[in-house]
Design a protein around this ligand. Structure first.
Ligand code: ADP
Ligand code: ZN
Ligand code: ZN
Length: 740
């Protein structure tokens, strides 16, 4: 195209990513003065159709760049930032991610910004500073331990300190407000100071063992360039110590470190390990923050004030001017993959970011994902192993209990109950794991076999007994009254079948009346603070039975647990998904890792109907690495991910036929794209065909050639989005975690 405006006045333009469900950026004009000030990475207010939106400048166009005369250029409403708040590297990162995951760029850019900035609020908010008014107030706080603690900390900072820092130190805002009421302290608003804080060591590092030394040296040597490492070490083998010592070297160079942990792993215990090692500013980014706290933490990262940024999945998009190291702890954890909207995997984004920033990336786990082992196999990542448990702790022994021949009481084998009793009598703790909350997964009529089903889903209702008797659908949230008799045959005996944590709790209380049973699941911890209370109780050396779901499996340290029982391993093994055994093995090893972390050796018991399951046996008789090796071979033989690249199209509407016809038509179109080496699976109805009253179908695409697959999908997918009926919901999942 010719520049048609060569002899008229220059037109100043910027290309803006606007948060709408469209894949392109949009050009806006602005005044010469605004243009001069504008930087790529700054926010602008724009109108889009009838909406007023906050966009981000992705590019400043040259004034003499060709102009499409058919497009009526709108002017921006306002330039919101006088400088770039998303760095060029983050702009490159989000542009890549939008392309790779085929998700609208404006939406991706928005996920890199904290809520207040997305809403167009000014960058410079005021910080809340707390200062002591009365430094002789011991008597006034005598009656509250929390207030005493807060008072003590405030006294250490006579010139005042920010609410953020106080919160990090464990002082709650409510406590500060209570002290303010008593006129002991006051809160003032100050403009924030973003100058970097000096870093120093707060605590001497431990003396690393040989394996740790090797790991630390290998990583430190690659500083300043990109290299991915898989730190493959048993639970308790000192991975965190390796992170800390590598961080020390990176921080010493004045660089920042980004640490990502699973959603459930960002506990006060994790934070305090970093805090007690380094004196420096640590920014915490997780979903529990309110908007202004989140903004402040993000700003500390973005300005370079924070030397360490500790966050969950979405923190991977945070701008950091001096990023020198990225760590992903528990890299196998599912929470690193976003399962809705912008479906990215933080692990893959982290690897790409390390490459952009030219810094090392460490993925750590006791049960690395098969995906990561494949990267090692392909030479894209270096593996560093830690094989000894640090300190005195021994690895627990795993035993299989054959449920077909075992004598049972309420679904628990008698020999297991016997072992539990022995441990409890020795004042040790026992952990019982069952990944099913509620009382029972099925309500059945004893006479005609009718089962209580959710009217909106293809699923059984779960029976709950607390806080009152009811039926609950765990898929759509529907709640029903408990029927008094069978609606089909009027029989009065309706029986809860199978076990949920609430039912097991009832039985354990009956079987072990002298011991505490502590249940940990979403139902028992839904009240704020209740999880902390349970946690404190677990840390006391009283004999007790800890009973729970998933929530108990992750990273926590339970020093008094010496026996772990997994009541139902089979539901994981029977699942149709190709990653089901991988997930089950990870879960077993992670749950087992809770046993014997103290001085005493631990035992793990698995109840199963399939004691001959080959992969389960590899795991039990050998170890996770051997299991992983075998799984890698199987995946390669079957040409399943990560040996082929996948994309999954999910389709949801009011009629199954509509889904099938639509997907089939588009599958046909894709098949016609010449020379594409791709398998198309489906379309087929999802395992749960009807959910919340809507029908689900999907279709999977697999190819050994990722670049070609993505290239061919691009236009095809756009075409699908444009031609779908408006009542249909379509999503594209690149590198899906499940194919069913
Ligand atoms: P992981 O992160 O692999 O689960 P941790 O780093 O938490 O392991 O280490 C487990 C325990 O061993 C911690 O209490 C830690 O302080 C201790 N530890 C780690 N490395 C050493 C070492 N080199 N010498 C002594 N104790 C260590
Ligand atoms: Zn009946
Ligand atoms: Zn339902």
């Amino acid at each position: 195209m010719q520049a048609s405006n060569s002899n008229s006045a220059p037109i100043y333009r910027v290309r803006v990513a606007v948060p709408v469900y469209l894949h392109d950026c949009f050009d806006y004009s602005l005044s010469a003065e605004q243009y001069q000030q504008a930087e790529a990475g700054a926010r602008v207010a724009v109108s889009f159709g009838r909406q007023h939106l906050v966009g981000v400048i992705m590019e400043k166009l040259a004034p003499d760049a060709p102009l499409d005369p058919s497009i009526k250029l709108k002017a921006i409403t306002e330039l919101l930032d006088e400088r770039a708040i998303l760095s060029p590297k983050v702009l490159t990162l989000v542009t890549w991610a939008a392309q790779y995951y085929q998700f609208p760029i404006g939406e991706v850019v928005h996920s890199a910004l904290p809520a207040l900035l997305r809403q167009g609020k000014p960058y410079n908010l005021l910080a809340r500073m707390w200062k002591l008014l009365d430094d002789n107030a011991e008597a006034k706080v005598k009656r509250s331990e929390r207030q005493q603690e807060a008072y003590k900390i405030l006294k250490l900072h006579p010139s005042g300190t920010s609410e953020n820092i106080l919160n990090l130190a464990g002082v709650e805002t409510a406590t500060l407000k209570a002290l303010e009421k008593k006129e002991i302290c006051t809160c003032v608003l100050e403009t924030q100071d973003f100058s970097p804080m000096p870093v120093s060591l707060a605590q001497m590092p431990l003396t690393a063992n040989e394996e740790q030394k090797h790991a630390i040296n290998s990583i430190v040597k690659t500083r300043g360039k990109y290299q991915a490492f898989l730190l493959d070490g048993l639970t308790g083998s000192g991975k965190t110590e390796v992170y800390l010592q590598v961080m020390q070297e990176v921080l010493k160079q004045g660089k920042q470190v980004l640490v990502l942990v699973p959603e459930i792993g960002l506990t006060p215990q994790t934070v305090s390990r970093f805090q007690s090692r380094f004196h420096c500013n640590i920014a915490l980014l997780h979903s529990g923050l309110n908007d202004s706290k989140r903004l402040q933490a993000w700003q500390a990262a973005e300005t370079g004030k924070a030397s360490i940024v500790l966050g969950t999945r979405s923190a991977i998009l945070t701008p950091m001017p001096n990023l020198g190291l990225i760590i992903l702890d528990e890299e196998h954890d599912l929470s690193f993959k976003q399962q809705e909207g912008f479906r990215y995997h933080a692990r893959d984004v982290a690897l790409y970011r390390g490459h952009l920033e030219q810094c090392p990336v460490i993925l750590g786990s006791a049960t690395p994902s098969i995906d990561s082992y494949a990267l090692v196999q392909h030479g894209k990542m270096r593996v560093l192993e830690l094989n000894q448990r640090a300190g005195a702790a021994l690895m627990p022994k795993i035993h299989l209990l054959d449920l077909k021949i075992a004598k049972k009481q309420h679904g628990i084998s008698e020999s297991l109950l016997e072992e539990m009793k022995k441990r409890l009598e020795k004042k040790e703790q026992v952990l019982v794991f069952l990944n099913r909350r509620g009382y029972a997964p099925v309500l059945i009529c004893e006479s005609c076999a009718w089962q209580a089903k959710c009217p909106h889903c293809d699923a059984n209702f779960t029976v709950h007994r607390t806080p009152y008797q009811h039926l609950h659908c765990h898929h759509c949230g529907t709640i029903h009254r408990m029927p008094e008799h069978c609606p089909q045959c009027a029989h009065k005996e309706l029986k809860p079948l199978g076990m949920g944590t609430a039912k097991v709790e009832e039985h354990l209380n009956e079987l072990f009346p002298d011991f505490d049973v502590i249940r940990v699941d979403r139902d028992s911890t839904s009240r704020v603070g209740s999880w902390q209370k349970i946690y404190d109780k677990i840390q006391q050396s009283e004999p007790a039975i800890l009973l729970g779901t998933q929530m108990l499996a992750k990273g926590h340290h339970f020093p008094y647990v010496t026996l772990v029982a997994i009541l139902d391993i089979d539901s994981g093994l029977l699942s149709v998904d190709f990653r089901a055994t991988e997930r089950t093995a990870q879960l077993v090893v992670q749950v087992a890792g809770r046993a014997g972390r103290g001085e005493r050796k631990g035992d793990v018991y698995l109840q199963t109907l399939r004691p001959d399951h080959p992969l389960l046996n590899t795991l039990v008789k050998e170890d996770y690495r051997q299991f992983a090796k075998q799984t890698l071979k199987e995946r390669q033989a079957a040409m399943m991910p990560p040996f082929r690249y996948a994309a999954l199209i999910r389709c949801e509407s009011k009629e199954q036929q509509l889904n099938t016809d639509f997907l089939q038509h588009h599958a046909q179109l894709l098949r016609q794209s010449a020379e594409l080496n791709v398998d198309i699976w489906g379309p087929i109805p999802a395992p749960m065909e009807r959910k919340a009253g809507r029908y689900q179908s999907h279709m999977a695409l697999l190819s050994p050639d990722r670049a070609r697959l993505h290239f061919y999908i691009r236009n095809w997918w756009q075409n699908m989005l444009h031609s779908k009926p408006s009542s249909m919901k379509l999503t594209l999942d690149i590198d899906p975690q499940e194919l069913s």
